[in-house]
Design a protein around this ligand. Structure first.
Ligand code: F0G
Length: 456
């Protein structure tokens, strides 16, 4: 069949509040033209993130009732631990309230003076936690990753030649090679098994460790099955197991491929690292058998991890993102290609090429998509990553101006996607009418969350 259907039916629904363009204009102006500052009730279709926004299944809701809220040794912890161990094979499994808590703890344990991490592209919270400790994060994506329209089956790969150079340059100081699957910051693009295997071999040869940032491991495993020679006949579980077999440790936000609304974990083989991590966990998260989560959350994640490995689900999931991408491509909209696993990334720099980076093309586009159709995405460009050179006072812009439309798991149907594609194609038709923005207020760090703008 050409039509890939949602492999579920809907048991419980949440209404969407319809708004008019005039209402949205008032809402956006009152929020200083920043979609982080509006109420979610004023959004029709929320593509802000795929994190913690999944619909849970009937089995997950049922699992909540099985949650054992014992402070220590909860039955739900053992259900969670067994499922994470079945997939990852790690000896030590430590629950955390979300991904960044696992990162904070792992990097605190690994920290050494002048430490360096090398990765395909460190996600913002990963980089921030590394830099907070005084260590350095270096991104080594393959060159294709920086050209939006360039096709490549594994655009999330780590550049292995640069990895070899950097391992040599920082010999003795590399605390880990971090492979993020899929590469979120680079467009939700997958990493090949061959690339993970070779990164692991080189990390170990250089006396360091391989760490997997596993948020979207199931989507990555699906792409390996589809695109990499020798994997077509393998089960998703086996592919995931092989990915983790090359790693010494992993961090995961269960808010993505855990199909849960909260949660995460840190896992590793090394007992000494695990012992120190558990000591820190007790300080900030909680006892090692709940780690900042309720027993019921651990049950929901254990069940979510079983469901996310189902091929019908992964087929529908990746096909619906690709379908969205194809519709936009047919309308001529510039984007990161090929379609990623969890999101569509519009190339705002090309979309509104008459608006210079100083006037925030991504922010202009994200706002117009909201005004036109009540759809919320997120700017990933000069608002999020731009900064001022402290010496020259000049603005420094990131290599790409993007708008990410992240698709929550099992939440929206094909007609929501059709509507979104129609809205964006309409905005593309009128793109020459759009005008730039200037910042009127900003915070010293992570300004995108609270900045206020005005139209030029
Ligand atoms: N690593 C990656 C690759 C992520 O995408 C995220 C979160 C994290 C780590 C941190 O996990 O949010 O549970 O603390 N990404 C979300 C997003 C926020 O919208 O892409 P967390």
């Amino acid at each position: 069949m050409k039509t890939i259907i949602e492999p579920f039916k809907i048991k419980s629904v949440e209404p969407i509040r319809m708004t008019t363009r005039a209402e949205r204009e008032r809402v956006l102006a009152a929020a200083g033209y920043n979609l982080f500052l509006i109420r979610a009730d004023d959004v029709l279709i929320d593509f802000l993130t795929d994190s913690g926004t999944s619909s849970m299944s009937a089995e997950q809701w049922a699992a909540l009732m099985r949650g054992d809220e014992a402070y220590a040794g909860s039955r739900s912890f053992f259900a969670f631990e067994a499922e994470v161990r079945r997939i990852t094979g790690f000896k030590n499994i430590i629950p955390t309230h979300q991904g960044r808590a696992a990162e904070k703890i792992l990097f605190s344990v690994l920290h050494r003076e002048g430490g360096v991490y090398l990765g395909n592209t460190h996600f913002d919270t990963t980089r921030a936690n590394i830099e907070y400790l005084g260590d350095t994060a270096i991104d080594l994506p393959i060159p294709e990753a920086l050209i939006p329209a360039q096709l490549h089956p594994f655009k999330g790969n780590l550049d292995l030649d640069r990895l070899a150079l950097e391992l040599e340059r920082h010999a003795g100081r590399v605390l880990g090679v971090i492979v993020t699957v899929t590469n979120n910051s680079g467009g939700g693009q997958p990493v090949s098994m061959a690339n993970i295997r070779e990164a692991s071999r080189r990390a170990h040869a250089a006396g360091t460790r391989l760490i997997i940032d596993a948020c979207r491991f199931a989507e990555n495993s699906w792409f390996i099955k589809q695109r990499e020679g020798g994997y077509a006949g393998r089960a998703i579980l086996e592919i995931a197991q092989e990915i983790f077999s090359y790693a010494d440790a992993a961090t995961m936000s269960a808010k993505k491929d855990g199909l849960a609304n909260i949660g995460g974990f840190l896992a590793c083989h090394d007992d000494a690292i695990a012992m120190q991590a558990r000591n820190l966990l007790i300080l900030t998260e909680g006892f090692p058998t709940y780690g900042g989560l309720a027993g019921r959350d651990l049950e929901a994640i254990a069940q979510g991890l079983r469901e996310v490995l189902e091929e019908d689900y992964l087929h529908y999931r990746t096909r619906s993102v690709e379908y969205f991408c194809e519709k936009l491509q047919a309308a001529g909209v510039p984007m990161i290609l090929p379609a990623g696993g969890h999101a569509v990334y519009l190339d705002a720099g090309a979309f509104v090429d008459h608006i210079p980076p100083e006037q925030f093309p991504g922010q202009v586009l994200v706002n117009e998509i909201y005004l036109a159709g009540g759809i919320r995405g997120v700017e990933i460009g000069s608002v999020m990553f731009g900064r001022t050179d402290p010496e020259t006072g000049r603005a420094i812009h990131p290599p790409m101006e993007l708008v990410r439309l992240a698709i929550p798991r099992r939440v929206y149907t094909q007609s929501h996607v059709d509507y979104a594609a129609e809205v964006i194609a309409g905005v593309y038709q009128r793109r020459h009418e759009l005008r730039g923005l200037r910042i009127v207020h900003q915070a010293p760090f992570l300004r995108h969350f609270t900045a206020r703008f005005e139209p030029i």
